[in-house]
Each structure stands twice: as C-alpha cells, then as structure tokens.
Design a protein around this ligand. Structure first.
Ligand code: OAD
Length: 252
C-alpha cells in the first residue's frame, strides 16, 4: 500500500513527540497487519470474515465445542508464530529507547515483545499463554493429559487459551496500569485500532481528559479519530518510522 502522509500532520506529530515527556502508546491489530497477522474487522482479510466470533471467542462457546475452539487457537498460534515483527513494532522499540513510553496493546500476538518491547501491557492476554477452565488450583500444564484440549490430570479441567474472551474482565493489573498510564501521559499515540472495544478504546479519551495530546495512526477512519488532535492516515509500518526519525532530530 502506498500512502500519502500529510507532511504538515507529520511535522506536527514529530513536534508533539519531541516535546512529550511521558508517552502512552495503545496498539490494536493494525500494528501487526503488515506482519501478515489478520486483523479482526477488516472485511477482506479480517480473521472474522471466515469465522463467527460468537462461535469461537467466548466461554460458553468453549464449553459447547472445546475441540473446535482449541483447534482455532492452535491454528492462530501457528499463523502468528510464522510471522515477524514489522517496521511498526521495531519503530516502537526505538521510541522507547529515546522517550519514557508505556506500551499497552489489545493484541495477543506477542509481536511487540518479539520486536524487543519490554514490559508490554497485554490488555487482552496472550495467544501463547494457557490457563484452566474451572481448574482445581493445582492443575499442572506439565502433567496435563494430552487432548483437544489438554486436561488437568488431577481434576480433568480443560486447558484454555490465556486470552480475554467476550464478556470477560480484562486482567486487573493490566487494566489498572493502562488506565494509570493514560492519566499520567502527556501524549497518547493510538496505532491500528478500530476503537470499538472497551475498556481499551476508552484509554485515549481518558488521556485527553487529563490534558494529553492524542495522535491516531490508521489508514482508515476509526472511532477514535474524533478524539485525536492529529490523524495520520497511513499504515503503521510506513508512518511510525517516519515519526521516530524526525523525533531524534527534533528532540536532539
Ligand atoms: P480491528 O480489526 O477492529 O481494527 C483493526 C484496525 O487496524 C482498523 O481500524 C484498520 O483500519 C487498522 N489497520 C489495518 N491495517 C493497518 C496498518 N497497516 N496500520 C495501521 N492500522 C491498520 O482490531 P482491533 O481494533 O485491535 O478483542 O480490535 C480490538 C479488539 O476487538 C481485539 O483486541 C479483540 C476484538 O474483540 C478481544 O479479543 C478481547
């Protein structure tokens, strides 16, 4: 995709980033799109264009058809494991080397960590993590009985993916840390999210309410555009490296 990024918007963004002392970055599936990881809602490539989310990403669907849902997560793990971080992920690592950055992501693909980002706040869990459904508290993954899904050898509880399903609470610590970062930051950069899923989508508004500037990076219009001071209409893998290069010059 070639992108014409408005030069004025870029320059204004670089200025804001250069002046910022405490940056919060919120990412969504779009930051991994250029790695080849399907987003959720893009019509053509979206993961859900082929699946019905209600069928797969919630607890009672799992109780009803554990093997199918487990297989879908194994498929997604394979797909993600075969991808690599893209220039957007790498640019965010570079930013954190120059500025105080708190990175919160809605993504479960672990690509920020693989790019080198540290202390990533995973608001929706991690695709490669496992936990137990109705576990006995002594369930040991190492001793699990293999199957689709594996089960606890002590209580027969089903292993489940360590991601947040529809209707579930976000991990408490992750949510608290992200909300605190939104309240403390003086700049919030939103990358690659449709801004439709709360509470994550509420973070840029909270940052704004506490006096921060907001920059949105997205090739398409999003629900967070009206919260933004600046919208950079382009793919993250193209836009972010432009910002950061300028930043090092601006803040030098
Ligand atoms: P969506 O699929 O809803 O939105 C992806 C966004 O990325 C869209 O706004 C696209 O325009 C944008 N996008 C696509 N390619 C891009 C690129 N190269 N660079 C930048 N942006 C690009 O995914 P999310 O907003 O992340 O939650 O969805 C939020 C949550 O909805 C997910 O975390 C998931 C789902 O329910 C859970 O699983 C709990």
């Amino acid at each position: 995709m070639t992108a014409y990024i408005d030069a004025q918007a870029l320059a204004a963004s670089r200025r804001l980033i250069g002046e910022a002392t405490n940056i919060m970055v919120l990412t969504g599936a779009g930051v991994s799109a250029e790695s080849g990881v399907p987003t959720f809602r893009d019509a053509m490539t979206g993961l859900w264009s082929r699946f019905n989310p209600e069928e797969l990403a919630q607890e009672d669907a799992y109780r009803r058809q554990p093997a199918l849902v487990w297989e879908w997560y194994l498929h997604r793990r394979e797909l993600v494991a075969a991808t690599d971080p893209n220039p957007a992920h790498i640019a965010l690592v570079a930013l954190a080397a120059q500025k105080a950055v708190t990175l919160a992501t809605q993504n479960v693909d672990g690509l920020h960590q693989r790019a080198g980002s540290r202390d990533v706040i995973e608001l929706h869990g991690n695709l490669f993590a496992n936990k137990w459904l109705d576990g006995c508290g002594r369930c040991d993954p190492a001793a699990a009985v293999p199957g689709m899904p594996p089960r606890c050898s002590l209580c027969n509880a089903m292993m489940r993916p360590g991601v947040v399903w529809f209707g579930e609470e976000l991990p408490r610590v992750a949510r608290y840390r992200a909300e605190h970062a939104a309240e403390q930051c003086d700049l919030c950069i939103v990358v690659g999210t449709s801004g439709l899923v709360y509470p994550a989508a509420g973070l840029p508004g909270a940052a704004k309410d506490h006096g921060a500037h907001v920059i949105v990076v997205n090739p398409e219009p999003s629900a967070l555009d009206q919260t933004a001071d600046i919208v950079l209409r382009g793919p993250a893998g193209v836009v972010l490296p432009l910002l950061w290069d300028g930043v090092s010059a601006a803040s030098a």
